[in-house]
Design a protein around this ligand. Structure first.
Ligand code: IMP
Ligand code: MG
Length: 178
């Protein structure tokens, strides 16, 4: 285990199992349809890569990049668009793939932004949910795990751009950022 980790929350095996489980449900729910997956960079990159390999549908993959954290462990509340989609989503079934829903402000921004582009449908898949700090009302259609209000890293999720390469998800020691 990495020295900056307080405790491992989800092992590599648990994360692989969850990606497979969610991929199967998504495949069944969208049977006969094409699905446009939009990964929210950078945090959901690893989860998105695992998830799409368990979705047996015609899939289009796109990414959007937003930022609200910078070098902090607390959201600034202002969402900044860093990279827009490459493709039009008009009349497409959209599945937004996130790593964590915390305040919900990022997804609120993305939902409003995407709705205005007239997609056929929009749903949300998030690996993790931190319900304690929610400010915006967000419905997560496909959820991996609930987690407590702790700062987590690994499996694509960073603190100040580090730890994304850890294969598991763990709680970051407070001494690292306090
Ligand atoms: P929200 O806008 O507050 O819901 O924040 C969502 C985004 O904040 C997520 O996509 C993550 O990138 C980031 N985030 C929230 N909690 C954590 C955490 O515990 N570790 C790392 N990033 C986090
Ligand atoms: Mg994110």
């Amino acid at each position: 285990m990495h020295n900056d980790i307080e405790r491992v929350l989800f092992s590599e095996a648990a994360l692989a199992g969850k990606a497979k489980e969610l991929g199967k449900i998504i495949t069944e729910d969208y049977a006969g349809e094409e699905l446009t997956i939009i990964g929210v960079l950078k945090g959901s990159n690893v989860f998105t890569a695992d998830l799409i390999r368990h979705i047996e549908l015609p899939v289009i993959l796109d990414f959007i990049a937003v930022s609200s954290y910078g070098r902090s462990t607390v959201s600034t509340g202002t969402v900044r668009l860093i990279k827009d989609l490459d493709f039009s989503i008009e009349n497409k079934n959209i599945l937004i793939v996130e790593d964590i829903v915390d305040t919900g402000l990022t997804l609120k921004y993305l939902m409003d932004n995407f709705q205005s582009r007239n997609p056929k449908s929009i749903k949300i898949c998030s690996l993790l949910d931190k319900p304690e700090r929610r400010k915006a009302d967000i419905k997560i259609d496909y959820k991996g795990f609930d987690i407590p209000d702790e700062f987590v890293i690994g499996y694509g999720i960073d603190y100040a751009e580090k730890y994304r390469n850890l294969p598991y998800i763990g709680i970051l020691k407070r001494s690292v950022y306090e």
